[in-house]
Design a protein around this ligand. Structure first.
Ligand code: ZN
Length: 154
């Protein structure tokens, strides 16, 4: 795509890194360290039953850090912790139009983990891409849910 001056304009589809997701064994144990590290306490905890996780969110400037604790011993976070221990679990990108991004990425051979956007934590529609197709790291797409009032990182 070219602008009026003939310059290449990238598709404004991926907007920014929305948050980093970090797997932890216990939010109660991890939150104090992250509070000391980041200099701010978490601003919310939220359970996402469909994903089997409890999340805790910190603001870092315009970005967010999401800690994830598993609600059970069989979910993806529990498996990740068993295999790799605590640490970076996924990178989430804010996108303009999650369905358009999903269609493009599917066409380009990326493996989507759901056919439809799912209701994720912190007022987002989300879709994950399998790490196998995305350079070894789980990727999450996020688009704010309009139905939920303020979802911005104020
Ligand atoms: Zn996330």
């Amino acid at each position: 795509m070219d602008d009026a001056a003939g310059n290449q304009v990238p598709l404004a589809e991926f907007l920014r890194v929305e948050h980093l997701g970090i797997a932890v064994h216990s939010l109660d144990a991890a939150e104090p360290m992250y509070t000391r590290l980041l200099g701010v306490p978490p601003y919310k905890r939220e359970t996402v039953e469909s994903e089997g996780v409890v999340t805790s969110f910190f603001r870092v400037g315009p970005n967010k850090i999401e800690l994830l604790e598993s609600l059970n011993s069989e979910g993806p976070i529990a498996k990740f912790l068993t295999q790799r221990g605590e640490g970076l679990h996924h990178v989430a990108y804010a996108v303009e139009d999650i369905r358009a991004s999903m269609a493009r990425l599917r066409d380009q051979g990326f493996q989507l983990l759901s056919e439809e956007p799912k209701a994720g934590a912190d007022h987002q529609w989300v879709c994950f891409l399998h790490p196998r197709s995305a350079g070894g790291l789980l990727v999450e797409l996020c688009q704010p849910r309009q139905d939920s009032g303020s979802s911005s990182v104020a």
